[in-house]
Unconditional design. Structure first.
Length: 277
């Protein structure tokens, strides 16, 4: 069955859920989704809209397909999506997130130097020789407008690499994701299933693809780029807006919704040649 047919069926089911939620009043059982109490038809409608927007925005396998997406529909779904972070409570029994801890556990997952370079250009984007790099200085990070503050708040510097060189020096990195370290110590914290920042970037991309560049820039500048990254506002320039969207997907959404970074690179023709699409 073609993937497009599967996606179309999924959208049909999302639309059915949205219609039912909008036409009825009900309360979801407490902890039906662990940690969620008082969930109702509005939450269900927002989630269905969010995931419909996500599906349409991330389906394209290249830039050509991306330009053919019905971005007006994406905008409608995203505009009716979640308005606050959708967090689920882990209990280390039934509710756990293997993706989170495998990607961030100390000594395991590392952050690609390309992402570190996006936050601070003094670090190389490609570590061809498997070098170790010096730790960032907190004052420099916080006080330099062009350096993303999240390099300090969300990532941890590691003095050396423990990877096997024969498997590729380009894997070597001096950083790991530390934003969710509370989970790695207690296993019973809330974790993001879907950040509102993700839906904001989908909405910004929809505006960009519809030619509303200023609207896209306004969405970005009201969100995590400025509020958490403390980066300068992005100009209403199509190329700058596109880069800012990708930046947030790589940095703010790191180790959150599965596949975001891959989908962004795929739709923008940024994957390495030979990568499965």
């Amino acid at each position: 069955v073609p993937s497009t047919d599967i996606a179309a069926k999924a959208i049909e089911l999302f639309d059915e859920a949205i219609t039912l939620a909008n036409a009825n009043t009900f309360v979801l059982p407490d902890n039906y989704m662990n940690g969620i109490t008082g969930g109702d038809q509005d939450l269900l409608a927002q989630l269905a809209n969010s995931y419909a927007a996500r599906l349409l925005a991330y389906m394209p396998r290249n830039a050509s397909e991306n330009s053919s997406v019905n971005w007006a529909n994406v905008k409608t779904y995203a505009s009716n999506g979640i308005t606050s972070d959708f967090m689920l409570l882990m209990d280390d029994i039934t509710w756990a997130n293997d993706y989170q801890w495998n990607m961030a556990y100390p000594g395991w997952g590392r952050v690609d130097m390309r992402v570190i370079n996006m936050m601070d250009s003094s670090y190389p984007a490609y570590n061809a020789n498997g070098d170790d790099f010096a730790a960032p200085d907190s004052a420099t990070v916080i006080d330099t407008p062009e350096i993303d503050d999240r390099l300090w708040t969300d990532f941890e510097h590691l003095a050396s690499n423990n990877f096997r060189a024969e498997r590729g020096l380009y894997h070597f990195s001096s950083f790991r994701n530390s934003r969710y370290d509370d989970y790695l110590s207690t296993w019973t914290t809330e974790l993001p299933e879907l950040y509102v920042a993700e839906i904001e970037m989908i909405l910004a991309e929809a505006e960009l693809m519809l030619g509303n560049v200023q609207a896209a820039a306004d969405i970005i500048n009201a969100g995590s780029r400025v509020t958490r990254g403390n980066l300068p506002a992005v100009a209403a320039n199509a190329a700058a807006v596109r880069a800012a969207i990708s930046h947030e997907r790589m940095v703010e959404l790191a180790v959150t919704s599965y596949g975001v970074q891959y989908f962004d690179m795929r739709k923008n023709d940024l994957l390495q040649e030979g990568t499965f699409t």
